[in-house]
Design a protein around this ligand. Structure first.
Ligand code: TPP
Length: 666
């Protein structure tokens, strides 16, 4: 097998010295030998799932070797070579794959689904595409801090069909971000051949459409990969800009080991077997006289011994013991809340002004805070909340974005990974659906999965009552209260809006911050002019009475206040939740235990809304104290209609008074 046959790959060492040539060889050999071991372990049932990168090692290794060790790499599921080239101790890798505590996810996620700041690797989520936008954010941080660093991110050719790919490339191009986008075109996405994945000749051609320089490289040729990426990285460090590289390669094994390769023509496998990146390079080094058989044997036995020792050590580690409190404690990053008491000077301002003030003061306090959103710069945003911000903080920190909600949320995540803070303004909360995946899967789960915070606030101008129809009126907080890992804030007054927004920005966790549009210009209040904060998880008791507990938030608070002002005989505890996650359940239970009756008012349609959960919680915790069934009042189970008569009918507001009376009369 190790004969000096002619290489199927043309190598050109250029000015690389022998040491580097050998280093590249050894670095490719390691992931291959680990993989060969993994295949045995799989057969023995000692590993649950394995995505093989056999035959693709030159890409992972070449790219990683070409980057500096403190430059971020965002690999995918076939990039074992990235992890080994960064010299992560093998024992930790095996622990990760065995779901041991010494791994990177404490048994919470499998295979390559982890990142590590120590090694500047940001692992994937299963959804593939979001990695690309996260790379944008890391690169943006590098550019803003003049670090002259490049970020490399991987995708398969299948992943390039996802919207994330297109959004990420577009954002990187518009902002000239120093990202090297690496497409590993290995012929198949699961069982789908390239002919059913895309219609252009080469994926590199797509670069042109985004104004990005692109290249096609032989992904099986380590010297071509390493040499070219080395050069490109050097150039990108000097002149930040995105680069797109399509590496032509082949997936030699099944999508994952259990799935086989029946759908792949045998000739194709044979053709690519002849182009194996390691065998060919080994032969090249033999022919060159740089590597001897004895040396090769020694390399192999050293690596194999290292693998065996690491594997034994990982296997000897204790298995994880399930402990609810340990799991629950890791969902959110620790937040050391610093209370800033409001000073006495205050002014009467609108809800919208309070948000604007909070943002402005937080921008001054946090030099690393960046706001991104559509039309938020010179134009001041759809609601003019960031008017004047560009003049005060500059365009680098107040960034107009393309209409790329997913990539911008991902970019925010990348900024956080690189140690910055980000706010994303959704133009309307409705449009968050276009950035939903990274919020609920990337931001929400990062801390639990690999201890990485997502220091991002997503501002959500939401709500109905403005005759704006189904796509500019939704209050979609329930999409997020459902997802562990997110915090959800929903103020009803200017004072709370400012204080809670400041807290949201200080909090290292992802916060969905709902701002009701109908309150923006209609609700005024005396608000301290200086900076202050309000803690999360503390509801406000706006009115006190013994007849009934009204629980609500957002516009619902104002509907309830209106109703109570017209029904002065009703003596109610009125609870404004202010934050939905964390939830002040203690305030709710205490009040209901006192009043014996509860009505929950929410603007969203009924089913699956937070009112349902609150009702269930009350049944579980306060049943013996209740004198009447808990009542939920919510909007109709339809999309939100546009014209006033229909919108009025739709909204819970009109049903509240009668429902309140009914519970009292029960
Ligand atoms: C959004 C999403 N859709 C589908 C899948 C299922 N899936 C996982 S990997 C994969 C194929 C990916 O192909 P490609 O990007 O070419 O990478 P390769 O596996 O070939 O390296 C599919 C369909 C997924 N993980 N995420």
């Amino acid at each position: 097998m190790l004969s000096s046959i002619k290489s199927a790959i043309h190598y050109d060492r250029k000015n690389l010295d022998n040491k580097t040539l050998l280093q590249l060889y050894k670095t490719m050999l390691k992931p291959r030998l680990i993989e060969e071991k993994m295949l045995i372990l799989l057969r023995q049932g000692k590993v649950s799932k394995w995505f093989s990168g056999i035959g693709q090692e030159a890409i992972s290794v070449g790219v990683t070797m070409a980057l500096q060790s403190d430059e971020y790499i965002l690999p995918m599921h076939r990039n074992l070579g990235v992890f080994t080239t960064r010299e992560i101790p093998l024992q930790r890798l095996f622990s990760q794959w065995q779901g041991k505590a010494n791994g990177f996810t404490k048994g919470r996620d499998r295979s390559f689904h982890f990142g590590t700041q120590e090694y500047h690797i940001v692992g994937m989520i299963s959804h593939l595409g979001p990695q690309l936008g996260v790379a944008d954010g890391i690169a943006l941080a590098s550019k803003l801090k003049n670090k002259n660093q490049v970020t490399a991110v991987f995708t398969g050719e299948g992943g390039t069909s996802e919207g994330d790919f297109h959004e990420a490339l577009n954002v990187a191009a518009v902002w000239q971000l120093p990202v090297i986008f690496c497409i590993e075109n290995n012929g198949y996405g699961l069982s789908t051949p390239t002919s059913e994945q895309y219609f252009c000749k080469d994926l590199a051609d797509r670069g042109k459409g985004y104004g990005i320089d692109s290249f096609i490289l032989d992904g099986n040729n380590i010297l071509e990969v390493y040499g070219k990426v080395l050069k490109l990285a050097e150039s990108v460090r000097k002149r930040p800009r995105p680069i797109l590289i399509e590496f032509k390669t082949f997936r030699m094994r099944g999508h994952e080991e259990a799935s086989g390769t029946k759908y792949v023509p045998t000739e194709l496998i044979k053709e690519w077997e002849a182009k194996d990146p390691i065998n060919n390079y080994r032969n090249y080094l033999f022919n060159l006289g740089v590597l001897t058989t004895a040396q090769d044997n020694q390399f192999q036995s050293t690596i194999k011994a290292e693998i065996d020792v690491a594997l034994q050590a990982a296997s000897a580690e204790e298995t994880i013991k399930a402990d609810e409190s340990v799991e629950l404690n890791d969902v959110y990053a620790e937040f050391d809340y610093q209370h800033v008491e409001p000073k006495s000077n205050s002014e009467d301002i609108r809800f919208i002004d309070a948000i604007s003030q909070g943002l402005r003061q937080s921008m001054k306090r946090h030099r690393d805070l960046v706001i991104m959103g559509q039309d938020i710069a010179e134009y001041g945003g759809a609601f003019k909340i960031t008017e004047g911000f560009v003049a005060e903080f500059g365009k680098e920190r107040v960034r107009n974005t393309p209409i790329c909600e997913s990539a911008i949320v991902e970019t925010a995540m990348g900024l956080s990974i690189a140690g910055m803070k980000a706010i994303v303004e959704m133009q309307f909360a409705d449009f968050v659906s276009s950035g939903f995946n990274p919020i609920v899967n990337y931001l929400a789960k990062s801390h639990y999965r690999w201890n990485e915070k997502a220091d991002v606030v997503i501002r959500m101008p939401c709500g109905a009552g403005v005759a704006a129809g189904p796509f500019h009126s939704q209050t979609n907080e329930a999409w997020f209260t459902k997802t562990p890992g997110l915090k959800v804030v929903y103020p009803a007054f200017p004072y709370d809006a400012k204080g809670l927004l400041n807290t949201a920005i200080n909090d290292p966790n992802p916060v969905l911050f709902f701002e009701h549009k109908a309150l923006y210009r209609s609700i005024r209040q005396d608000v301290p002019t200086d900076y202050f904060t309000i803690p999360f998880g503390k509801a406000a008791l706006l009115k006190e009475g013994n007849d009934i507990t009204i629980i609500t938030y957002g516009a619902g608070v104002h509907w309830a206040l209106d109703t109570l002002s017209k029904n002065e005989d009703v003596k109610a505890d009125l609870i404004d939740l202010r934050t939905l996650q964390p939830l002040d359940s203690e305030a709710i239970f205490n009040s209901v235990k006192k009043t014996g009756r509860a009505i929950i008012l929410q603007e969203d349609s009924m089913f699956g809304g937070i009112a349902s959960d609150l009702s269930a919680m009350l049944m579980e915790q306060c049943f013996e104290y209740l004198d009447a069934p808990v009542k939920r009042v919510a909007s109709m189970e339809t999309p939100i209609p546009f014209i006033n008569q229909l919108e009025d009918q739709y909204l819970a507001k009109g049903k509240f008074e009668a429902a309140l009376r009914a519970v009292l009369a029960y």
